[in-house]
Design a protein around this ligand. Structure first.
Ligand code: ZN
Length: 309
C-alpha cells in the first residue's frame, strides 16, 4: 500500500499510556446476544422483510436515513476526546510504526467511506479508533488482551490492542502490513453497517429469534459483509499501486482470522460484534472479500439476501 501521501487520522483515542482499566465492571449499554434457538423459517421471513425490496440494499438504507444507532445511541465525539496519536505512548519503534500505519489506514477508510456516503446523499460519521494495551473500558464491557479487535456499536468505537498486531506480525512476517490494514478495514466495515442501520436491524432480528450462530446465521452474514466492505475499500486503496497480490490477501485474512479466533474465544464477557466462531469459513471470507475487492461496489455486499454464502 502506498501511504506516503496519506496523513494520520485524528480520530484515534490513544490509550496506550493508560495503566489499564478502571477495576472492571461494564460500561453498560451493550446489546445482549442470546444463545440457543435455531434458524427457522421465521428468520428467513424477517430477513426478507428487513433486507428485501427492489432497490439496492445500501441505497435504500441511505435514502431511509440509515444510521439508526446514530439517532439513539452514541454521538460522534471526534472533536471531543480524540486527538490522534501520542507518540509518547509508544514503547518501541515497532509500536510507533504500527500505530502510524493504523492511523493512515483509518484515514484512508474515512476518505473512502466519506466520499461513498456523500455520493449517495448521506453523511458518514467517522468512528473513533481506540488504541490500547492490556485493558481498557468500552461501552460493550472491558476490552482486554483477550478481546482481539472489535467494534462496539454502543459507543461507535473500534477497539484495538496493539499486542494483537505484535502477535499477528510474528505469525506473518513481511505480509503484516496488509493484514493490519485488513483488520482495521473489517472493523470499520462493522461501523459502516452501523451507519447504514444494518447492525441494529440484524441484532433485533437475532434477539427475536434467539439465533446468533451457525453457518447461515445473521452473525455470519454480518461478518462476511464486513469482509466485503473491507474489500471495496481495498480496491480503492490499492487501485493505483498494483502491489497487492491475491496471495497476500489470502495469507493476511487467514492469519488475522486464526490469531483472532485464538484470542477471541477467550473473550467471556461483554457484547461486541461477535468475532469468534461466527466469522464463516475462510473460503467464505475470501469469497466475500473478493466480491468487494473486484466490484468496488458496496451494493454487491448484500450477504443478507445471498442464498449461497
Ligand atoms: Zn467482525
Amino acid at each position: 500500500m502506498r501511504e506516503d501521501d496519506i496523513e494520520d487520522s485524528l480520530n484515534i483515542e490513544d490509550r496506550r499510556g493508560d495503566s489499564g482499566g478502571f477495576g472492571g465492571g461494564f460500561g453498560g449499554g451493550g446489546l445482549p446476544v442470546r444463545t440457543g434457538g435455531g434458524l427457522g423459517t421465521i428468520i428467513v421471513i424477517i430477513l426478507v422483510l428487513i433486507f428485501g425490496g427492489g432497490k439496492g440494499l445500501i441505497s435504500s438504507l441511505l435514502s431511509a436515513g440509515g444510521g439508526s444507532y446514530s439517532n439513539q445511541g452514541y454521538q460522534s465525539q471526534s472533536s471531543v476526546d480524540t486527538q490522534g496519536l501520542n507518540d509518547a505512548n509508544n514503547q518501541s519503534d515497532t509500536d510507533t510504526k504500527t500505530a502510524h500505519h493504523i492511523a493512515k489506514v483509518l484515514r484512508s477508510t474515512e476518505l473512502y467511506w466519506g466520499k461513498y456516503f456523500q455520493d449517495n446523499g448521506g453523511r458518514y460519521n467517522e468512528p473513533t479508533l481506540v488504541l490500547f494495551r492490556n485493558e481498557t473500558q468500552s461501552a460493550c464491557g472491558t476490552a482486554s488482551q483477550a478481546s482481539g479487535p472489535f467494534y462496539c456499536p454502543s459507543d461507535g468505537k473500534v477497539y484495538l490492542d496493539t499486542g494483537f498486531f505484535d502477535e499477528m506480525r510474528r505469525s506473518l512476517g513481511a505480509s503484516g502490513d496488509f493484514a493490519e490494514a485488513y483488520v482495521v478495514a473489517h472493523e470499520i466495515g462493522h461501523h459502516v453497517q452501523d451507519e447504514f442501520g444494518i447492525l441494529k436491524k440484524a441484532h433485533s432480528a437475532m434477539a427475536r429469534s434467539g439465533e446468533d450462530k451457525g453457518a447461515d446465521s445473521l452473525a455470519v452474514r454480518i461478518e462476511l459483509q464486513a469482509d466485503c466492505f473491507a474489500g471495496t475499500w481495498a480496491k480503492a486503496a490499492v487501485a493505483d499501486t498494483g502491489r497487492l497480490e491475491q496471495g497476500d490477501i489470502e495469507e493476511a485474512m487467514q492469519a488475522a482470522n486464526s490469531v483472532g479466533d485464538d484470542r477471541l474465544q477467550k473473550r467471556a464477557q461483554g457484547y461486541a460484534v461477535p468475532d469468534s466462531f461466527t466469522h464463516g469459513t475462510s473460503a467464505q471470507r475470501m469469497k466475500w472479500f473478493n466480491i468487494g475487492m473486484n466490484s468496488g461496489d458496496p451494493e454487491k455486499c448484500d450477504t443478507f439476501n445471498a442464498t449461497n454464502l
